[in-house]
Design a binder for this molecule. Structure first.
Ligand SMILES: NC(=O)C1=CN([C@@H]2O[C@H](COP(=O)(O)OP(=O)(O)OC[C@H]3O[C@@H](n4cnc5c(N)ncnc54)[C@H](O)[C@@H]3O)[C@@H](O)[C@H]2O)C=CC1
Ligand SMILES: NCC(=O)COP(=O)(O)O
Length: 333
């Protein structure tokens, strides 16, 4: 039997605890792979009560106990007895979130869990308790012995997959950070992952330009001709079906999207704005290029609505489903 998925609680003051409970409540109808929460049993239990859903909890010491209780209760690997205080993040909650991330990553690395699904954390809150990575992506990469530049963030929804080449950096720094080698490497990692984990035999990569109109023959910037076009040429040399640089404003409409499997974008918001506009309620953030599977809902901690019952569970369900499907695919190979 496949090992269960490990779902971290995220920041316990955010929407993570209630969405973990809500996902379990729908796990039958959604046919989800069994999972367990790594975090605080008390926070999950109180979050479920506040949301008005009945979610019995079973605490587990190891993932191999999950199979026996998942059908009747949500398994939680309990790391701390924190009172549930939605919308009121503090250092104790951030420390729990970090502990959960470290613990769950270790369990997946060891094979005791089949994939890592991370609940949302606030990067600024984690930084206060010693987390010195830009995000969970880079943390998980380092834990797996993968250089951060070889761990690729992809956001995937029913309508669109996107990869930002540069991620959590200032917009001002983007042109200096981009180069043809970086674009080529990240795009090639993306293509390999689409074959291995998503069953797309010959992925089609649409590569966005950096500037308006992809530079308009140098009238609106030179990076498209000097960096992006050479990267596309390098991808062709590697036998990858890539095309571009494309004018970014016209590559995301419905008919254009039919022509590719993933959009390779030059910076965070070029990628995430179209994806979240189209698919916010079913969007998954997945890390490609790792020896383990790691997914996450596409949204953040949403402190402003935590505990109100307004947080929609779609992205968490989608992240659990994608993790389960990728794990099943890898188990076959
Ligand atoms: N995967 C992760 O761990 C991520 C973490 N973040 C972190 O989250 C924190 C807050 O970031 P924001 O930019 O405010 O993004 P956010 O995603 O937390 O919230 C943006 C807006 O979407 C709403 N929203 C978020 N999730 C929702 C859901 N499930 N159902 C309904 N509405 C939802 C919020 O109420 C808010 O109006 C930041 O500290 C950031 O670092 C942001 C994105 C991803
Ligand atoms: N904008 C995506 C995001 O913030 C997720 O980052 P990570 O924590 O998954 O690296």
């Amino acid at each position: 039997m496949t090992a269960p998925l490990a779902l971290t609680i995220g920041d316990p003051a955010g929407v993570g605890p209630e969405l973990a409970a809500a996902a379990w409540a729908l796990s039958d109808t959604e046919a989800l792979t069994p999972f367990f929460v790594v975090g605080s049993a008390r926070a999950v239990e109180e979050a479920a009560q506040r949301r008005g859903i009945t979610v019995p909890i079973c605490t587990v010491k190891t993932p191999d106990e999950v199979a026996d209780c998942f059908a009747g209760a949500l398994p939680v690997l309990d790391l701390g007895d924190l009172p549930y205080a939605p919308g009121e993040p503090d250092d104790a909650g951030a420390s729990l979130a970090l502990n959960a991330l470290v613990t769950a990553t270790g369990l997946v690395r060891s094979g005791a869990a089949s994939a890592l699904v991370t609940g949302p954390i606030a990067k600024s809150r984690l930084a206060r308790v010693g987390f010195d990575h830009p995000g969970q992506t880079e943390f998980v990469a380092e834990a797996c012995g993968i250089a951060a530049e070889n761990a690729v963030m992809m956001l995937a929804g029913p309508s669109l997959r996107v990869v930002p080449i540069t991620v959590h950096v200032s917009l001002r720094s983007v042109p200096d950070l981009l180069n043809a080698e970086l674009i080529r490497n990240r795009a090639a990692i993306t293509a390999a992952a689409l074959v291995r984990d998503y069953g797309i035999a010959k992925p089609r990569l649409a590569v966005a330009g950096l500037n308006p109109h992809a530079g308009e023959d140098g009238r609106m910037g030179t990076e498209d001709a000097e960096l992006v076009a050479p990267a596309v040429a390098l991808l062709h040399e590697a036998g990858i079906d890539a095309f571009g640089p494309l004018p970014p404003d016209t590559m995301f409409h419905a008919e254009a999207r039919e022509g590719y499997d993933v959009a390779i974008c030059m910076y965070h918001d070029q990628a995430l704005i179209p994806m979240k506009a189209l698919d916010f309620d079913a969007g998954v953030n997945v890390t490609l290029g790792l020896p383990i599977i790691r997914t996450s809902p596409d949204h953040g901690t949403a402190f402003g609505i935590a505990g109100t019952g307004k947080a929609r569970v779609g992205p968490t369900i989608a992240a659990l489903r994608m993790a389960g499907e990728c794990a099943a695919r890898r188990a076959l190979t």
